[in-house]
Design a protein around this ligand. Structure first.
Ligand code: 5GP
Ligand code: ZN
Length: 112
């Protein structure tokens, strides 16, 4: 059994667990966070499983760049282009799902 077989976000991408889709293309999926920390809180994930942002950057830097562009696209459509992009990396940084995901926080003026 591979790491991806038991991964919550792989199951969401495969449609085995429901999610509220915001954006999708061949390589990338975005959906609303179940516990939003801002008025708009979207998670963007590569469809391929990588544990964290450093693994993704090493294996597929173009996909990491694409995730930044998708974040901009979502913020352009929903909040005049301003957004915060966060990758929690490692348990002690608050990472709880070990399939890399960008948190896109937008939709309101954010505190510093
Ligand atoms: P992390 O803490 O790993 O950086 O972020 C994981 C995020 O996934 C959290 O913000 C959490 O609310 C979200 N999350 C956890 N389980 C689910 C789920 O089943 N569906 C959705 N849409 N989000 C989830
Ligand atoms: Zn996964």
């Amino acid at each position: 059994m591979s790491e991806a077989d038991d991964c919550l976000f792989c199951k969401i991408i495969a449609g085995q667990i429901p999610s509220s889709k915001v954006y999708e293309d061949d390589t990338t999926y975005a959906f609303n966070d179940i516990n939003p920390k801002a008025k708009i809180h979207v998670l963007i994930v590569p469809k391929k499983h990588y544990a964290n942002v450093a693994e993704l950057a090493a294996a597929d830097p173009a996909e990491l760049a694409h995730i930044a562009e998708v974040a901009q696209h979502i913020a352009d459509e929903r909040f005049h282009g301003a957004f915060r992009l966060v990758f929690n990396t490692g348990l002690d940084a608050g990472q709880t799902v070990f399939h890399v995901h960008a948190h896109v926080l937008t939709g309101e003026v954010l505190d510093e």
